[in-house]
Unconditional design. Structure first.
Length: 389
């Protein structure tokens, strides 16, 4: 099931529509519902070791949120939906600090430049000290913030649910500029994280458009639609980009729900290639390949230069996959039953598996320095390492 927001509602309330449940995810009364594959057999090639594990409040429970932890060279930072924010050391998971706020946190964390930044359901953007969790500043925007900020030394850039991209002074929270993009009536409950590269901010929107903005003033350098809405109903016309952009090698890689994976020229926005696919989760890249878990549970490896399929894994079909990450040459993806699956990036074969928590995940995994960090829906934060057998 996908969480949708009807922007015609005066309260911008969450709309878990019956039509969405039937058309997008399937249910027991739908004869075309996706039947999840059982856990596949495989030949284990790596040993998965849990380095440490700890609890972070209530997690996200049953809420439709992506509270992905933030990992820096100093610590891993995580939050629950009730406003608890914690910092833990990387090696053993020891808690460094804890801050209890009154915020209903809705956007994943960004950590860096001495700050931990998050968004709330009320539209606040809040910056805490990376050292001790004390509040540095907060500012209220036009609507809910559902994705992490992007930052450089002077700016924090966020995207709101109603399609606005706002640049804030990283020291004071004062607004520097704002870019407004119209959004469809019905959108996925989520937003793409802005990406800062050099003097540009790359952003993606719920109407299937990608843009490069001048970081100094928010003026578009270029804009390009990568997916066109089709169908009669608002549901059929969803082409939301609510996952991450990848900007590397002169290309901007994007993926839309009910649309395509596409790559645009980083400088001018010219399209290089597109590939029909539907996804709303985090992509990853390594060794010239783009890795995507699609909306039905296939995992793909795509050649970044040509868009050709290198391999496609069908064994996890229907298992409600998270976004992907790459650890030691292995593509890692979680499923709705709380299993983590490691897949060889070169061949697409499953090489390892472990179970994190039976209630599934709050967001896609995060990898730093060959360590995988995951956060479960019930608040279980853990670090995993791969060891050769």
């Amino acid at each position: 099931m996908y969480a949708l927001v009807n922007l015609r509602s005066k309260r911008n309330s969450l709309a878990l529509l019956a039509a969405a449940a039937l058309a997008l995810a399937g249910c027991s009364s739908n004869p075309n519902a996706i039947e999840p594959n059982p856990l596949p057999d495989f030949e284990r090639e790596f040993k998965v070791e849990r380095a440490w594990s700890t609890g972070i409040g209530e997690g996200i429970d049953k809420a439709w949120l992506r509270l992905q932890p933030a990992v820096t060279h100093r610590a891993v930072y995580a939050a629950d939906l009730e406003g608890l924010v914690e910092a833990h050391e990387l090696e053993r998971g020891k808690r460094l600090w804890r801050t209890r706020t009154d915020d209903r946190i809705s956007g994943g964390l960004y950590a860096g430049y001495g700050k931990v930044v998050y968004g709330t359901r009320e539209g606040d953007v809040v910056a805490l000290s990376e050292d001790d969790g004390s509040e540095l500043w907060r500012i209220r925007l036009s609507s809910e913030v559902l994705s992490p900020a992007a930052m450089n030394a002077s700016l924090a850039v966020v995207q709101t649910l109603d399609g606005q991209v706002v640049a804030l002074d990283s020291e004071t929270g004062e607004e520097r500029w704002r870019f407004d993009n119209p959004v469809p009536i019905l959108i996925l409950r989520g937003a793409a994280t802005p990406t800062i590269v050099g003097d540009r901010v790359y952003v993606a929107f719920a109407n299937g458009k990608v843009a490069a903005l001048d970081i100094e003033n928010g003026i578009p350098v270029w804009e390009r639609r990568v997916a066109e809405p089709t169908g009669r109903s608002e549901l059929e016309r969803l082409v939301d980009i609510s996952n991450n952009l990848i900007v590397e090698g002169g290309g901007v890689f994007s993926a839309t729900f009910q649309g395509s994976v596409a790559v645009l020229d980083q400088e001018a926005g010219r399209p290089y290639w597109t590939k029909d696919m539907s996804t709303s989760t985090q992509m990853a890249s390594a060794l010239g390949s783009l890795f995507v878990a699609d909306s039905t549970g296939h995992v793909w490896a795509i050649d970044q230069r040509t868009g050709n399929t290198l391999w496609k894994l069908d064994l996890l079909y229907g298992r409600g996959l998270t976004g992907v990450a790459v650890q030691r040459g292995q593509v890692v993806v979680g499923d709705a039953e709380g299993y983590l699956h490691w897949i060889d990036a070169a061949s697409g074969r499953i090489t390892a598996r472990t179970r994190h928590h039976r209630k599934g995940f709050a967001a896609a995994p995060v990898v730093r320095d060959d360590v995988l960090y995951v956060y479960g829906r019930r608040g279980r934060l853990a670090a995993y390492v791969l060891e050769d057998r």
